[in-house]
Each structure stands twice: as C-alpha cells, then as structure tokens.
Ligand binder design. Structure first.
Ligand code: SAH
Length: 343
C-alpha cells in the first residue's frame, strides 16, 4: 500500500479516515491539531494510542519540503521549493506593516498562456495537492520563525483550474484547529475562469476574490490572455457581480500596466465604465518585465494618471508596489531561471 500525505486531508476527511480505522471521532481532531503544530512524525502524537500511531504510520506520512534557493529583499523573500517528484515551485513572503502575507503557488507551471507571465512559458506540469500548498506556509513559518497572517493564492498556476485541491487547502488553513487563517485573509486570484467564480461564490466562504483583468476590451485582452476566448469580459463581469452579491465581499480587479498597450486614458475610461457600480477596487501594478515576453512596465507618471482617471469615475484604486521585481518575484521567474540553467 502506497503511503499518502496525511496533510492532504481536511479535518472532516480525517474524521472519515479515522472511522474507517475503527477509532473514535475525536481522534481526528487530535491528529489534525498535531499536524498543524508541525509534528514531525506520528510518534510525536503522544496522546494517541501506540496502536493508532502504528496504524497511521502504515498508511500515511507527513510531507515536508525543502528550500533550495532563497532571495531576500527589504520587504519580501522569494523561495524556491522542491517537491517529492523533484518539481520546483515558488512561494513569496511579503512583509507589510500589519504582518506577513504569503503568495502561494497552486500548480507546477500553468496552462493559461498569458503573454506577460513567466509561469506559463514552460507549460503546465501538474496540479499541486492540498498538502503541498499547506507546506508552503508551514515551511516558510518554520524556516523564518514567523507566523503568516494572510495568504494570497497568486503564485504560479491558476487556482480555479485546480478547484478541488485549492478548496481543500483553504479549508485546512481556515480551520481553527489548523493554521487558523480567516477566510477574509485569504485571496484567490484568477485569470477569469467563469464557472469557477460561480462555484466559489456558492461556497459560503468570505474569501477575497481577485480577477486578473488587464484590459477592458475583448480584443485587447485576447491579445495577452488566451483564456479570454473561452470566457469573454462580459461573462467575467457578470460572474464577479454575482460573487459580490452572494458574499458581500469587495472584489479586486488586477490590472497589470504594460507600456503603450493598456495604459492610456481611454483604457482607463473603458475600464471605469465596465466595472462602475460593482463592489470592487482596482489594483494597478506596472508589469514586471520578463525577458521572453518583450513587455515593458508603464512609467510611474502614466500609472498615476491612469489612477486619477479611474478615480474621476468614483472607482477605488490602489497601486501595488512592484514588490520583489529585483528578485525575479513575478510569477514563475525564479523557477524559470532555474529551468533555463538545466536546459
Ligand atoms: N492564475 C492566477 C493567479 C496567478 S498570477 C491569475 O491569473 O490571477 C497572479 C497575478 O500576477 C495575476 O494578476 C497575473 O496576471 C499577474 N502577473 C503575472 N505575470 C506578471 C508580470 N510579469 N507582471 C505583473 N503581473 C504579472
């Protein structure tokens, strides 16, 4: 029997596993508690019977990963992490005044093909399992001796293309007995997988939804985001509206600004008219240039003017510091530089 990573399961799933092992239900809570206190093995779970520890040890193991590279900047650190099958993923720690945010990857590589993004250049390799996403948090907390208070699923991969694993991951970290990160402190970022947005809206979780829009016109968006063919802008907007109405949560539209491509006043106006009336804010970020893509970031004066224009229409706007640009922190850039070395 092949052993499974026990951190792939939510507390409810563990309850079923425990029932199958003919053990009382409360054991699931005890085991779950130990796992997220970062126990190294089942032997450490001293309030379980010897017999149960043996049963667990026969069926499961506790996955832990390793950091193989780390790049530090004043307020962010990027980690390159190995998985059991030797695949590499990235995770980025961001330091803010209110605490630490971790930007978690949801897949190895990505199949969405966005023209400006490094994660997709080498294609899609595989989905990450819940335990591999949880371990990104636990590894960084262990390594830096800190507590992560917010999680953004904005690393490599498209979370709504790995829906079930991502939802189990969220349930594990949201669990009071697990990592205990409130739903409001978890952001899920999507390139606009419309059915996934509707499904997410119906989960009855107070997650923050971020949608990578990057253009307000289909033709322009399609030129940089192939996913727009399947899910055009009007369908995304309807889905986001539904999300905000269902959850009462303010959605975020991410808008990466590419010099001379999507950053004119006219672009801003189109964007404002598109999203006016939706409970949302816009997050502007000058694009991180990735050598292969040839795109350049908008100059800061343009970014400010774009912001002013949106504000004229009463839209809430924030400008994201381009955290980590110097450390290849845009999605997939560090992993990409490693893959290049191997080529
Ligand atoms: N697949 C999801 C989450 C991962 S990407 C999504 O598309 O939202 C996280 C964010 O970074 C997205 O808004 C994405 O469009 C943006 N992004 C990717 N590459 C970038 C780059 N080179 N510069 C700026 N933003 C980038």
């Amino acid at each position: 029997m092949e052993k499974k990573n026990i951190k792939d399961y939510t507390q409810n799933e563990l309850k079923e596993i425990i029932a199958d092992l003919d053990e009382p239900g409360y054991r699931a809570g005890q085991i779950f508690g130990w796992l997220y206190k970062d126990a190294d093995d089942f032997e450490a779970m001293t309030n379980l019977s010897k017999e149960l520890r043996t049963k667990l040890n026969e069926r499961f193991y506790i996955f832990k990963s390793n950091i193989i590279d780390e790049k530090n900047l004043t307020d962010s650190t990027k980690f390159l992490i190995t998985l059991e099958d030797n695949n590499l993923i990235e995770t980025v720690l961001l330091r803010y005044k209110y605490g630490y945010t971790l930007c978690v990857s949801s897949q190895v590589g990505c199949k969405m093909g966005c023209g400006f993004c490094a994660s997709t250049i080498n294609g899609f390799v595989r989905d990450l399992k819940p335990g591999e996403m949880v371990e990104q948090i636990m590894l960084v907390e262990r390594h830096k001796n800190i507590r992560v208070s917010r999680v953004v699923i904005m690393g490599s991969g498209e979370p709504l293309d790995n829906y079930d694993n991502v939802m189990r991951f969220i349930r594990i970290i949201n669990d009071k007995n697990g990592i205990n990160i409130g739903a409001r402190h978890i952001t899920i970022s999507t390139c606009g997988i419309v059915p996934g947005i509707y499904k997410l809206a119906d989960e009855k979780l107070q997650l923050t939804l971020a949608v990578s829009l990057h253009a307000a016109m289909d033709e322009k968006r399609l030129a940089i985001m192939p996913v727009n063919r399947a899910y055009p802008i009007k369908d995304i907007i309807s889905a986001v509206k539904y999300y905000t109405e269902r959850t009462n949560r303010r959605a975020t539209f991410e808008y990466s600004m590419i010099r001379g491509f999507n950053d004119t006043d006219e672009d801003a106006e189109k964007l404002a008219l598109l999203i006016r009336g939706i409970l949302c804010n816009v997050n502007l970020i000058p694009i991180n240039s990735v050598e292969e893509t040839g795109f350049l970031p908008s100059v800061s004066e343009r970014v400010m003017k774009f912001k002013d224009k949106l504000e004229e229409f009463g839209i809430n706007v924030t400008i994201r510091r381009s955290l980590g640009e110097e450390i290849d922190a845009a999605c997939g850039q560090l992993r990409r530089s490693y893959l290049e070395k191997q080529e």
